[in-house]
Write a protein that binds this ligand. Structure first.
Ligand code: ATP
Length: 503
């Protein structure tokens, strides 16, 4: 819900996770900076993905391709011709909308209207109220429901050229059913390319038009044969990569969910034609397991299989996550056939084929792709972790229950008081632990206050040095989620922390 989402955004700023870019100049829309804690969390998510995908698979290797690519790449990939969003302008308000997002907003509004009518009726009829029956017999409400259903049926994930006139008509119709913008004066729907252009070269005559890559995948496709040959890879094998991608999103909103500069973590898995169904199922299951391994709740995930497929795909599904604003795409898994490699063969004039020794034949491999947004994963982890807990003594505490493996700081070390040699012992513990973990020293304020700060910061452990430590070399270790405190030997600290934060 809205309130929870606002809390997430302000908490991310207050605790040094995410800042608006160029904030002193009033920011740049849909561009964000990761702050001292955010950069650590982001890195930990990236490492967690890399470890699972590259380190743990002996048939997957990682690369780091450049953001700039030869411009023909984007002709071959289809991004020059087809990578666009449908836009519509409101002539009265002069506001520009992404047509599909506008339709989505109407749907939400209509749904809210239905809910309101249903709630009203439920109140009126009391215990005898039956929602299904009410919807089935109430013409007006049903009208809305039918509208939503038709809209959703007609609009797949992307709009094709022939749909554009229909979309305009639809928006006009929706505006009557459920006014949102207070105007029916719309322009036609136009397609707008999402790639950022730039130039390479010093003089106007010799400069070459380039694009900032809108996805990392193409850097993998064009390197397919180089990696296969130099790595002596045998099909099936994968190439993974993480890196920045850029899209001139028109409706950039929902914080770091949709940004203009973002990071992707992608893996292209090269397979024998005909085996794509099996691998599609395999990667669906494998990727879902990866998500569930973080312990963020099974109910927060679902698959959304695509009925309407992009021209290059023969199967596609999204892993959706329950963000504060509802279930939305977090990761895409696509069976891309040989579309990409064939396109690059055609545009480059070079063969991108694999010689299969078992079959004694060459073929252009098929590709299974898994593609997840690092920033979206960050938002999933962060928003899911932020909770406000009622405590026994009628107070509340704010806790960021990040999975320990991802937490920016693994342990905070406190001297109980700032004297009697306690700070020196605490600092020595920091010195010993920092070889293995990111740790933090804090001696300011009462210890209870320091605990609260670390709870809100997501630190899984707090370690307190007190006067007993001086005689028996033990400390108190407090667990963020349970708030349980235990007395343990300093020499055991490393193992205790390791147990929780190691994958
Ligand atoms: P959407 O439908 O939300 O625009 P998409 O289907 O265009 O996403 P893909 O091209 O499949 O996305 O990209 C793969 C992943 O990259 C997405 O699942 C998402 O996590 C991430 N991603 C895409 N666009 C953005 C963006 N503008 N900001 C942040 N992450 C993004």
């Amino acid at each position: 819900n809205d309130d929870q989402f606002k809390k997430v955004i302000s908490h991310a700023k207050e605790y040094g996770y995410v800042f608006q870019s160029s904030e002193i100049y009033d920011g740049l829309s849909a561009v964000y900076d990761y702050a001292q804690n955010g950069a650590e969390l982001k890195k930990n998510i990236r490492d967690y993905w890399w470890k699972a995908m590259v380190q743990m698979h002996d048939n997957i290797v990682g690369i780091d391709a450049a953001i700039f690519m030869h411009p023909t790449t984007w002709k071959a990939s289809g991004h020059v011709d087809a990578f666009s969003d449908p836009l519509i302008d409101n002539k009265d308000s002069k506001k520009r909308y992404r047509a599909d997002v506008l339709v989505e907003d109407y749907c939400l509004k209509i749904e809210a209207k239905i809910d309101k009518e249903v709630a009203k009726a439920a109140k009126r009829f009391g215990e005898t109220f039956n929602k299904e029956e009410f919807l089935a017999t109430n013409g007006r409400v049903l009208g809305y429901q039918e509208k939503i259903d038709t809209i959703l049926k007609r609009l797949g994930k992307s709009l094709e050229a022939e749909d554009l006139a229909d979309v305009k008509a639809l928006i006009e119709e929706l505006e009557i059913a459920c006014p949102l913008s207070g105007s029916r004066n719309w322009t036609d729907v136009k397609q707008f390319n999402l790639m950022f252009g730039t130039k390479l070269g010093a003089t106007a005559e010799t400069a070459m038009d380039l694009y900032l890559r809108p996805e990392t995948a193409q850097g993998i496709f064009v390197n397919f044969l180089n990696v296969q040959k130099t790595g002596r890879m045998k099909i099936p094998f994968g190439i993974a990569q993480t890196g920045k991608a850029f899209r001139n999103e028109i409706v950039a909103r929902q914080f770091i969910f949709r940004m203009r500069e973002f990071e992707q973590m992608e893996m292209q898995f090269f397979i024998k034609p005909g085996t794509q169904k099996k691998w599609f199922e395999h990667w669906k299951e494998t990727r879902m397991k990866w998500h569930l391994s973080l312990g963020m709740g099974q109910d927060n995930y679902r698959f959304h299989d695509h009925e309407k497929l992009a021209h290059y795909a023969d199967a596609a599904t999204d892993i959706e996550f329950k963000f504060p604003f509802g279930f939305k795409e977090l990761e895409g898994i696509h069976s891309r056939t040989d579309f990409d490699l064939k396109q690059h063969e055609e545009f480059s004039g070079k063969k991108l084929q694999y010689f299969d020794h078992e079959d004694n034949a060459s073929y252009t491999p098929y590709v299974l792709e898994t593609s997840i947004g690092l920033d979206r994963m960050f938002l999933a982890v962060f928003s899911n972790a932020l909770v406000e807990e009622e405590l026994d003594n009628n107070t509340t505490r704010t806790v960021l229950k990040l999975p320990a493996v991802l937490a920016p700081v693994k342990a905070a070390i406190f001297p109980l008081v700032k004297k009697d040699g306690l700070p020196e012992v605490a600092k020595q513990i920091v010195e010993d632990l920092k070889w293995d973990f990111n740790v933090f020293y804090d001696e300011k304020d009462a210890v209870g206050k320091r605990y609260r700060r670390q709870d809100a910061n997501g630190t899984p452990f707090c370690i307190t040095v007190d006067h007993d430590t001086l005689t028996d070399n033990t400390v108190t270790i407090r667990h963020r989620d349970t708030m349980e405190q235990k007395r343990v030997a300093i020499s055991d600290l490393k193992d205790i922390i390791k147990k929780e934060v190691d994958v």
